[in-house]
Design a protein. Sequence first.
Length: 108
Amino acid sequence: MIMTDREILQALDAGDIEISGFDRLRLQGVSYDCELGDYVWRKSTGIVAPRQQLKAPITLQRGKLLLAHTHEFIRCGSSVTFTVHTTSTARRHGIDVCGSAGWGDSGF
């Protein structure tokens, strides 16, 4: 079952979902938009740095990976799970934010 924004708010109130740093403005009709976090890691160089400290734009070669995180941490009760999807805008720019992940684990 996909939850509506109202059902997401009800689940937050009931404690079935926790979203650290919850921002009501990021709640959409049937989703919650997470924000990219400050730290990134490059496998090729091992750089772990805040985005604002990277002087040049981040350039990736085709097939390379950049690991990042979201500002929010999401916890779901045992009766709820979630999926992570890339926005269509990001995909049009060649970015996939959830490469091999996507399903949340109930209870975590």
